[in-house]
Write a protein that binds this ligand. Structure first.
Ligand code: COA
Length: 260
């Protein structure tokens, strides 16, 4: 399969829909999928028409069932070290100025869970099954799971999932705030696309600044975070979108943001 086939790229208005398409392997992340995914994220970043991204998995069984375990067999530590020096799909998502929403349609395990954790919002179908089962393979999460999971669900729940490898259903994921919403499978994609479209209707300058400032809250001391917020607030004041947003409010009409 070509890269374009393993990660399908479609546009729905101002939203890019990325579908990881390897259903016969439960959309497991092999080298080709990772490379294609990075290409698709870069395409979304460069496309000035696109303002938000939705990521999902092909078929009705899996979002992503993790790293491709078959690639681990026989791989040396040095081989793996080299693989992990390559550009990271998780960082591409986390650093994307355009918000990324995971539409979790089934198995969401290991690297799939880590991909969802790197996303800005997670919508799950009632069929979603989520977990970090790496301990079953004698390894640990390597795509940021040990760091991002506790930041999303807190240390206790993260340790429980990572140490036991337990797989949880959508309702439990919602209870832990691992996902933001749970919907019926038939409406999952529409719901994720609707949230993305709502974000896409806002100022891209403000959205990118808001994502950067809010995410920085997890890594910066408060004083530094507040300084970053102030700086990004001022960046917004330099934008045509701020002028348009304020003018539209005063003129009692909807704003038309251009991202400038
Ligand atoms: N890597 C490589 N192949 C995988 C995979 C993965 N992470 N997950 C599933 N597959 C493959 C299976 O080997 C199988 O291939 P085959 O048809 O050539 O034998 C195919 O996908 C279908 O999987 P199967 O187990 O038959 O489907 P299922 O619906 O009964 O179960 C899972 C799905 C996801 C529960 C099960 O495949 C599984 O436990 N996968 C591994 C999950 C994991 O440990 N992920 C973390 C990796 S670090």
């Amino acid at each position: 399969m070509s890269e374009a086939e393993v990660v399908a790229y479609e546009t729905r208005g101002r939203v890019a829909l990325l579908t990881i398409t390897r259903p016969e392997k439960r959309n497991a992340l092999d080298g080709q999928v990772r490379c294609a995914f990075l290409g698709a994220m870069e395409r979304a970043r460069r496309d000035t028409e696109i303002r938000a991204v939705v990521v999902t998995g092909a078929g009705d069984k899996a979002f992503v069932a993790g790293a491709d375990i078959a690639e681990f067999e026989g791989r040396t530590a040095v081989d793996q070290w080299r693989v992990m020096k390559a550009a990271s799909i998780y960082e591409a998502v986390e650093r994307s100025p355009k918000p990324v929403i995971a539409a979790i349609n089934g198995w969401c395990l290991g690297g799939g869970m880590e991909l969802a954790l790197a996303c800005d919002l997670r919508v799950a179908s009632t069929a979603a099954r989520m977990g970090q089962p790496e301990v079953n393979l004698g390894i640990i999460p390597g795509g940021g799971g040990t760091q991002r999971l506790p930041r999303v669900v807190g240390l206790g729940a993260a340790l429980r999932l990572i140490l036991t490898g337990e797989v949880i259903g959508a309702e439990e994921a919602l209870r832990l705030r691992l996902v933001d919403e749970v919907v019926e499978p038939a409406v999952l994609l529409d719901r994720a696309l609707a949230i993305a479209a709502l974000i896409a209707s806002k100022s891209p300058v403000a959205v990118a600044a808001a994502k950067e400032a809010t995410r920085a809250a997890l890594s910066l001391p408060l004083d530094d975070g507040l300084k970053l917020e102030t700086a990004l607030f001022q960046v917004c004041f330099a934008s045509a979108d701020k002028a348009e947003g304020v003018r539209a409010f005063l003129e009692k009409r909807s704003p038309e943001f251009t991202g400038r």
